[in-house]
Design a protein around this ligand. Structure first.
Ligand code: DAH
Length: 350
């Protein structure tokens, strides 16, 4: 029996040397150590041995099994390394001289006009403020002189969270926080509040080519002593002339917003016909662009600013609208479509 064991081991070693694939190695393992393998068969035949011989032989079989297992493991490792080496050698080298196939990223048209507006306002001393998209009823409505039952709320239905917060319907929602943030500098050091706050707004809208449930606005406020409508007109005209790179005429019409008094609709001379009248401006020569007004005393007071001493203007520029005008986008839904074909054709012309 001992002789048989040695024979098995010697043969296994020779066979192992000839094995060149993992499959063949597995077959050899089954042949040697499997349930019906040679070693198992030998163990089974031990019943015929004498009591004294049995433990010795058992030990010998176990030693042989162990040795064979080690040999098999070594061979497995060697075959795997070999396969890996061959795979690496077979992989074509990365050719650094090949021309690059790169799709360049681009800015979204709304980002482009936003950056342009920010640049112009910053150059006129305004700070650019970031603000939350989820806000309280107080921020979005109450602090803006729109109490719970006010009919102005009907125009701005939105998405409510279970905790009572809501997705902001207008960038005006940041006004109260901005006044509170800067009022000490205004009152104690005489630093005027000059801030713009671009942001994403949401409304429960039936969507069509002109309406979206998600759009961008840019609010702006300026508060100081003796601020008047002339200041408002100056800043709006300067900003729009820079953005459209030509002299833009503006006009104000009365408009109602609870947080301004007086409130206006600011129109610009039609960009298509230059004010002559065409289908784009419904033959009026004017395009409605930006609601604005003088900040309502109640709103200033709510922000901790004395309306007897300070006045200010506010405006709510529709960034989405502006982007559509500047780049001639006909359907507002294209802007949120994520369609790179239409969105990547605009460039920063700064
Ligand atoms: N928040 C208003 C809206 O979304 C727009 C607006 C109107 C903002 C007048 C203003 C303003 O700051 O003075 O309908």
């Amino acid at each position: 029996m001992k002789q048989k064991l040695e024979e098995i081991r010697a043969r296994a070693e020779a066979q192992l040397r000839g094995v060149s694939t993992l499959e063949a190695l597995e077959a050899l393992r089954v042949q040697l150590l499997g349930k019906k393998g040679e070693l198992t068969a030998l163990l089974k035949s031990m019943g015929s041995l004498s009591k004294e011989e049995r433990p010795k032989m058992g030990q010998l079989v176990n030693e042989t099994r162990k040795a064979l297992e080690e040999l098999l493991a070594e061979k497995t490792q060697a075959l795997k390394e070999e396969a890996q080496r061959r795979e690496i050698e077979g992989t074509p080298l990365f050719d650094l001289s090949m021309p690059a196939n790169v799709t360049r990223g681009s800015y979204h048209p709304i980002t482009l006009v936003q950056r342009e507006c920010e640049r112009v306002f910053k150059s006129m001393g305004f700070t650019v403020e970031d603000y939350a998209e989820v806000v309280s009823d107080y921020e979005c409505f109450e602090s803006l002189n729109i109490p719970k039952a006010h009919p102005a709320r009907d125009m701005q239905d939105t998405y409510y969270l279970e905790n009572g917060q809501l997705l902001k319907t207008q960038t005006s929602a940041a006004q109260n926080a901005i006044y509170k943030k800067y009022r000490d500098a205004l009152v104690n050091d005489g630093v005027p509040i000059k801030a713009i706050f671009p942001g994403r707004c949401f409304r429960n809208e039936a969507t069509d080519a002109c309406h979206e449930n998600t759009f961008f606005q840019m609010e702006g406020v300026m508060v100081d002593k003796d601020i008047s409508i002339s200041n408002l007109i100056y800043f709006m005209k300067t900003m729009l002339s820079e953005v459209f790179r030509r002299d833009i005429k503006v006009r104000l019409r009365p408009g109602f917003f609870p947080f301004v008094e007086p409130g206006f609709e600011l129109d610009i001379s039609c960009l298509i016909c230059g004010g002559e009248g065409c289908p784009s401006c419904k033959h009026s020569g004017w395009l409605e662009l930006c609601p604005c007004g003088m900040i309502h005393p109640v709103v200033l007071k709510e922000g901790g600013i004395d309306p007897e001493k300070y006045t200010g203007f506010a405006f709510g520029l529709g960034l989405t609208r502006l982007a559509m005008m500047k780049y001639g986008v006909k359907d507002i839904r294209d802007l949120n479509s994520g369609n790179l074909k239409s969105l990547s054709q605009f460039t920063d012309d700064e």
